[in-house]
Design a protein around this ligand. Structure first.
Ligand SMILES: [Zn+2]
Length: 455
């Protein structure tokens, strides 16, 4: 979750409720999110979701206070109070301070014993970083006419000689000479989809995995996919934070809620690391969080090797069409689009995220987000969404503010129902895919000419 949430659309809620009604009996009784109803904490030793309210402070003020005190504030659902992820002991400490703390649901969904995790998977089917890498290699080997697999940099652990990973990117297109090069002058416009920069946002990596399979699997049979692959370079960074994903997947039934990378900064547990979605070199803000907080932006702008690898790739393939001044527009001959997948809150977020002042290409940026919404029915927002939260140093702002390329965030997954949270059961993923594949296609199709009006 990057920022904030607004009220959900009842239409989607009913779709997911119907899906839940079908799935729950199949998978064994599970704890659905009670949505504020009285409920007992199922396992006091595990973190869970809580909503916190104060008799004397606004939700926004309370959120800032809890963040300052080091709580894992989830930046969403302020309608029911401030959502946090906390242990039962932490919740009790807050109650002793006079706050109302309401249990809102478990962090973990039960993983049915009948679901045998295949190699390279965990938590009922989610792919490990190694599982993604095997998939990337397999797809590239099977489709040399359609796929180029690249290493674009290294994870923090790898730079330290302590294991770790290369950051992998795939370029998918019907390959012609000159395609998929590190060049800003290639013949085809580019769309890049990036996932799991926040490691604990499990569903996002799966959508990247499915997007890759969708493109190569439908080339030559589905007319829309075939035309897209013939005309556009479709770049995918399935796992932007592989060290973080290794931490998450180290427990296959109780994933670790690691958001940041694995940069060893002396903090214990999930306090370790840098928030890669606050580490970009555009509007990097030292005040986003202290070392052990979930939004620690790093020691300096683009301090992390993951950030450097991603920025270097994107700056290497997209033409820079925007003057550096924040409110100078990108030119109408800009090509390309970009999306980074996060979870959860059902939002299509467009630039800027560091200020409420409209971006100079606002009308065209919003038009594309609205096209995405026709598929996923998520709310279209920018800035702080009226909640006083900003996300300076995020990737979507960086690519727009620096290069002029329309950059979006999709917050995948609902605020309530058993498909909510960071760790929805794996059977929720197909529903997320069905909603979002049309949004990905809308973004990809906009890459040729994203700013038709220039406003
Ligand atoms: Zn996120």
């Amino acid at each position: 979750m990057t920022r904030f949430a607004l009220s959900r659309r009842s239409r989607l809620r009913s779709v997911l409720a119907a899906a839940t009604a079908v799935l729950l009996p199949l998978l064994g009784a599970g704890l659905a999110f009670p949505g504020g109803a009285a409920a007992s904490v199922p396992n006091a030793s595990e973190p869970a979701y809580y909503d916190v309210t104060s008799p004397s402070t606004t939700a926004t003020g309370l959120a800032a206070d809890l963040t300052q005190r080091g709580y894992d504030v989830l930046e969403g659902r302020l309608t029911h109070g401030v959502p946090i992820l906390a242990t039962a002991a932490e919740a009790q400490r807050l109650r002793h301070r006079g706050l109302t703390v309401r249990y809102a649901g478990p962090l973990y969904q039960p993983v049915s014993a009948s679901v045998r995790a295949a190699a390279g998977t965990y938590y009922g089917g989610y792919h490990t970083a190694a599982g993604h890498e095997a998939h990337n290699q397999q797809v590239a080997s099977a489709h040399p006419d359609l796929v180029v697999l690249r290493s674009i940099g290294q994870s923090w652990l790898k730079t330290q000689g302590r294991g770790g990973h290369d950051i992998q990117a795939l370029c998918l297109t019907k390959i012609k000479p000159g395609d998929c090069a590190t060049s800003t002058s290639g013949a085809k416009p580019k769309f890049t989809l990036m996932a799991q920069m926040h490691a604990r946002e499990l569903a996002t990596g799966e959508l990247a995995y499915m997007w890759i399979d969708y493109l190569v699997g439908n080339y030559g049979t589905n007319a829309d996919v075939t035309r897209l692959m013939d005309t556009t370079e479709l770049w995918v960074i399935p796992i932007a934070n592989p060290d973080g994903v290794d931490i998450v997947s180290s427990n296959s039934t109780r994933p670790v809620s690691q958001r940041k990378n694995a940069h060893d900064n002396g903090c214990s547990g999930t306090g370790r690391g840098v928030d890669l979605n606050r580490n970009s070199s555009y509007h990097w803000d030292v005040n986003q969080g202290t070392k052990c907080s979930e939004t620690y932006p790093g020691a300096s702008a683009a301090s992390e090797p993951e950030t450097q690898g991603i920025q270097n790739l994107l700056a290497g393939i997209y033409r820079d069409t925007k003057p550096s001044a924040d409110f100078s527009p990108a030119t109408t001959d800009t090509t390309g689009t970009f999306v980074t997948l996060h979870s959860y809150a059902e939002l299509n977020i467009y630039p800027y995220g560091w200020t409420n002042t409209l971006a100079p290409n606002n009308d065209d940026l919003r038009t594309i987000a609205t096209a995405m919404s026709r598929s996923n029915h998520y709310d279209v927002v920018h800035g702080d969404g009226g909640l006083n939260y900003f996300a300076p140093g995020a990737t979507d702002d960086w690519i727009y503010g620096t290069l002029g390329v329309p950059g979006y965030t999709i917050e995948v997954g609902p605020n309530s129902s058993s498909c909510s949270g960071f760790f929805p059961r794996y059977s929720c993923v197909p529903g997320f895919w069905n909603l979002n594949v049309g949004a990905f296609m809308a973004l990809a199709n906009a890459a040729a000419h994203p700013y038709p009006t220039g406003h």
